[in-house]
Design a protein around this ligand. Sequence first.
Ligand code: PGA
Ligand code: MG
Length: 235
Amino acid sequence: MNSWDKLKAIAFDLDGTLIDSAPDLIAATQGALKELSLPSCSEQQVRSWIGNGAKVLMQRALTHSLSEPVSQDVLDNAMPVFMRHYEANLQQHSQLYPGVLEVLAKLSELGYSMAVVTNKPHRFAVPLLAAFNIGHHFTEVLGGDSLEKMKPDPLPLTHLLAKWQLAPEVLLMVGDSKNDILAAKAAGISSIGLTYGYNYGEDIGLSSPDAVCEQFCDILKFVNNSVRVMEHESV
Ligand SMILES: O=C(O)COP(=O)(O)O
Ligand SMILES: [Mg+2]
């Protein structure tokens, strides 16, 4: 794809892309339901509810647990319980995916501007990135609650383009969910879909990202061309 020759900046999704955060999200969801004396849910179910931020995750968990649509009151009551559980154990069982540390270091070294654009609440995203020693690579961290709308809305990406004064052709979104790919398409930027994360149990290829990668380190193959062009331009 031609436009990748001009790549200057990369926006990364967090959950299911950089960090396998599901184990701690599962523990917090199950812990919150238990504290609320509600029927529990399976690990696999929580995995399939990740993708639209903490509130929607809890809404899906409560709907399952109560076997009926959840009222705003019930959700408002449950949210602080979930947030407390998750905040207390943000990185207990979560892990960086293989290659993330090395690839981010390489991309930083090559001079790419990098951001995290996640649907996770900002107050969880920042300490999580710091705990895994990758926060310093990102000039910007946008959480699901940082702006009026979250992915799949393009707003976080168009916000980034405006803030960094970039043309859409030079920004790439890397993510594991159709929300990442839909947001990228709506913002007019290119995207790479990763197969190993959480995508509601769906094949990420069905969202038609510009490329599909099975491992994080494979993204280097696609940014390589632009690296050469950047080196050439700076001569
Ligand atoms: O927290 C979520 O539901 C999803 O977060 P993500 O956008 O980083 O994948
Ligand atoms: Mg994700």
